[in-house]
Ligand binder design. Structure first.
Ligand SMILES: NC(=O)c1ccc[n+]([C@@H]2O[C@H](COP(=O)([O-])OP(=O)(O)OC[C@H]3O[C@@H](n4cnc5c(N)ncnc54)[C@H](OP(=O)(O)O)[C@@H]3O)[C@@H](O)[C@H]2O)c1
Length: 337
């Protein structure tokens, strides 16, 4: 019997009703996010906030955004903003998400969600009290190919899952990527890159029963390489991340009935190869590719608001906090401050 791929259930991002977005932190990823929304959604970016009025103005002019605010406080207080995209460095997510929540805005927070599980739990509690949507911008979760992975695993096509292997390594020197080498800004391989394979492992195997980690530190004071084995029941996830080399950046799931491989870069729209006893079949990369696919997380948040939901079924907040707890434990084992 031949085995094929199910159809992705992720809606076209242009279907979601428009929300009015405010951008907090006009840096590199904010640029990609705004471009992705303009190209593939009906979401409207109406305001940008920066610590500097000049930077806010320049970003607004470059992206045709109506209002530029010279402080984050002014951005979150803007009555025309429904939802704030927190795109500041990871070390600042906790402070900036709380600021937006206190102003009664829905919030999409870049990955990693926070520095620690304690920070994440505080953000979640504040969002529940304020009755707003809070979502981790782990964009992989909302992509069509990941929904296909979810269905194949859920339908038992791979049998009983035995191993999940995923990596994310890039060569990012202090000169090229100062943010990633700053402990104050929440740098380090784990928080910046390792969160992708860890979130993937959590998607497939859930919360680990036990964690075994090893790590190396850079002279800048951040973790530069981390590897971890996460056990859930009898299944193992093996995850590795580094700032010191470009690794394959692929993922695989192996079970008693088959294997699913996600090509590089697995956390972006990528090819799938499914191998079972009846042979191998490939699924091509989806139409919306690279950082343009950041549009899916925005559309997902807009659907949550439309449906009056406060938590995402694709990435519930309890799971976001759980992934932060896994990273806390890994950092404890490798003594990252
Ligand atoms: N999803 C993805 O593919 C992806 C890719 C890259 C990064 N990210 C995540 O997005 C976040 C931002 O990364 P990025 O690469 O866009 O960083 P970036 O280019 O350095 O931009 C960060 C922005 O945050 C603001 N900011 C606020 N407090 C700051 C501080 N103390 N130091 C420096 N900047 C500060 C700055 O804007 P103003 O000073 O003008 O306000 C700056 O433009 C990180 O959490 C990162 O993990 C996600």
């Amino acid at each position: 019997m031949s085995v094929g791929f199910p159809v992705s259930r992720i809606p076209d991002p242009s279907q979601a009703s428009p929300l009015r977005w405010g951008i907090l932190g006009p840096g590199g990823i904010a640029r990609s996010f705004v471009d992705a929304l303009a190209k593939h959604t009906r979401q409207r970016v109406v305001a940008v906030g920066s610590r500097s009025a000049e930077r806010a103005g320049a970003f607004a002019a470059a992206h045709d955004i109506r209002r530029a605010h010279g402080s984050y406080e002014a951005l979150v207080d803007d009555p025309d903003v429904d939802v704030v995209y927190v795109a500041s460095p990871t070390g600042q997510h906790h402070e900036h998400a709380l600021l937006a929540i206190a102003a009664g805005k829905h919030v999409l927070v870049e990955k990693s969600f926070s520095r620690t599980a304690a920070e994440a739990a505080e953000m979640v509690a504040a969002a529940r009290t304020a009755d707003v949507v809070l979502l981790e911008a782990m964009w992989t979760r909302f992509l069509p190919h990941i929904d296909v992975v979810r269905q194949l695993v859920g339908d038992g096509v791979l049998g009983e899952i035995q191993t999940v292997i995923a990596d994310h390594g890039q060569l990012l020197t202090p000169g090229a990527a100062p943010r990633l080498h700053s402990p104050e800004l929440g740098g380090g391989a784990l928080l910046d890159l390792g969160v992708y394979p860890l979130s993937f492992a959590a998607l497939i195997l859930g919360t680990p029963d036990s964690i075994l980690a090893a790590g190396e530190m850079a002279t800048t004071g951040v973790d530069s390489t981390i590897s971890a084995v996460l056990r859930t029941g009898g299944a193992h996830a093996v995850v590795t991340t580094t700032l010191t080399a470009r690794t394959p950046t692929t993922a695989s799931i192996s079970g008693t009935a088959g294997r699913l491989e996600i090509a590089a870069d697995f956390y972006t729209p990528a090819e799938l190869v499914l191998t079972t006893q009846s042979g191998s079949v490939a699924r091509k990369v989806d139409r919306i590719r690279g950082h343009e696919a950041l549009c899916f997380q925005a559309a997902h948040l807009a659907h949550l608001v439309e449906e009056g939901r406060r938590d995402s079924p694709l990435l519930p907040l309890v799971e976001t906090v759980g992934i932060m707890a896994t990273m806390d434990e890994i950092r404890r084992q490798v003594a990252v401050g």
